[in-house]
Design a protein around this ligand. Structure first.
Ligand SMILES: Cc1cc2nc3c(=O)[nH]c(=O)nc-3n(C[C@H](O)[C@H](O)[C@H](O)COP(=O)(O)OP(=O)(O)OC[C@H]3O[C@@H](n4cnc5c(N)ncnc54)[C@H](O)[C@@H]3O)c2cc1C
Length: 250
C-alpha cells in the first residue's frame, strides 16, 4: 500500500523528503500517464506520494529586486494569464500551447522542468531568459543555471531530498521581447516535433532536436529520428522555425 501526504508548508515537505524515497507530485500530468504506461509494461509501482500542491512557497510570480521569481508550482494557466514583461512572451505562448485547458490548469512549470523531457515546451523560453532554478532541502538552498539542471532525457541535477521551489529570471532579460514557435503534427494538443524560442537580442534556443533543449550557437543541429519525425525532417523544420522566430523577435 502506498502512503500519501500533502504538507501545508515547505519545511514540512522537506522533512518528509529527508526521511526517504517519496514520489514528488505536482499536477500529476506527466506522472500519471507515465504510470499508466508502467502498468501496461509491467514496471514496478511508484513509492509513496508527496503531493506538493498545497505549499504556498511554490506559488506566485513576483519581481524581487533585479530578478523575477516564478514559483515551481505555478501552472501553465497562471503563466498564460499573467501580466508580465515582453521577455516572458515566449514562455506565455508556450503555456498557451501546452496540452489543452485541463492540462494547463493542473500542469506546473516545475513539473515540466523536473520531468526533463526533450520535448518539454517550457525549456527553450527559459533558456533564452537565462533562468536559474532554486533547489531546497533541509541541507540548504542552491541555485543552478537551467542548462546545468537538465542533464539528459529525464535526468536532472535534483537530489532525492530536494524540491525545486522557484525559477529566477534576470530583469534585464525579461525586458527583451521574445517569441515561441512550436511545430507538432497538428495545431493543438500535441507533443513538439521542434520548438524554438528567440529574443530580440538574437538568443535562440531549440527543443526536441537533441536529448536536452539548448541554446543554439549557429552550428548544425543533430536531431534524432523518432515516431514524431525523422532527423532530416526535424533538421529542415528547425532551420525554418529558427529563421521565422528570429525575424519575428527582431
Ligand atoms: C494530454 C497532455 C498533453 C500534454 N501536452 C504537453 C505539451 O504540449 N508540452 C509539454 O511540454 N508538456 C505537455 N504535457 C506534459 C505535462 O503536462 C507537462 O510537462 C507539465 O508541465 C508537468 O507538470 P506537472 O505539475 O503535472 O508535473 P508532475 O506530473 O506532477 O511531475 C512531473 C515530474 O516532476 C517532478 N516534480 C514536479 N514538481 C516538482 C518540484 N517542485 N520539485 C521537484 N520535483 C518535482 C515529479 O516528481 C515528476 O518526476 C502534456 C501532458 C498531457 C497529459
Amino acid at each position: 500500500m502506498s502512503l500519501y501526504q500533502r504538507p501545508a508548508g515547505l519545511n514540512e515537505a522537506l522533512g518528509i523528503l529527508a526521511e526517504g524515497p517519496w514520489q514528488v507530485m505536482a499536477g500529476g500530468t506527466d506522472l500519471f500517464p507515465a504510470r499508466a504506461h508502467a502498468a501496461v509494461w509491467g514496471a514496478p509501482r511508484a513509492a509513496d506520494w508527496l503531493d506538493i500542491t498545497a505549499i504556498p512557497e511554490l506559488r506566485g510570480i513576483t519581481r524581487q529586486g533585479d530578478s523575477w521569481r516564478i514559483g515551481a508550482g505555478v501552472t501553465w494557466a497562471d503563466l498564460r494569464d499573467a501580466e508580465l514583461p515582453v521577455g516572458f512572451d515566449a514562455l506565455r505562448e508556450s503555456a498557451r500551447q501546452v496540452g489543452g485547458r485541463q492540462v494547463q490548469a493542473r500542469g506546473t512549470i516545475g513539473g515540466n522542468l523536473c520531468n526533463a523531457s526533450p520535448a518539454a515546451d517550457g525549456v527553450p523560453p527559459l533558456l533564452v531568459l537565462d533562468a536559474e532554478v532554486e533547489l531546497v532541502s533541509l541541507r540548504g538552498n542552491r541555485r543552478l543555471k537551467l542548462s546545468e539542471f537538465i542533464q539528459g532525457n529525464r535526468r536532472t541535477a535534483r537530489a532525492a531530498d530536494e524540491l525545486l521551489v522557484a525559477l529566477h529570471v534576470p530583469a534585464g532579460r525579461a525586458a527583451c521581447r521574445s517569441v515561441f514557435l512550436k511545430l507538432g503534427a497538428r495545431s493543438h494538443l500535441v507533443i513538439s516535433i521542434v520548438m524554438v524560442a528567440a529574443d530580440a537580442e538574437g538568443r535562440v534556443a531549440v527543443g526536441s532536436c537533441s536529448e536536452v533543449a539548448r541554446i543554439w550557437d549557429g552550428s548544425a543541429l543533430s536531431p534524432l529520428d523518432d515516431v514524431r519525425g525523422t532527423a532530416a525532417y526535424r533538421h529542415a523544420a528547425a532551420a525554418e522555425l529558427i529563421a521565422r522566430a528570429r525575424s519575428l523577435a527582431a
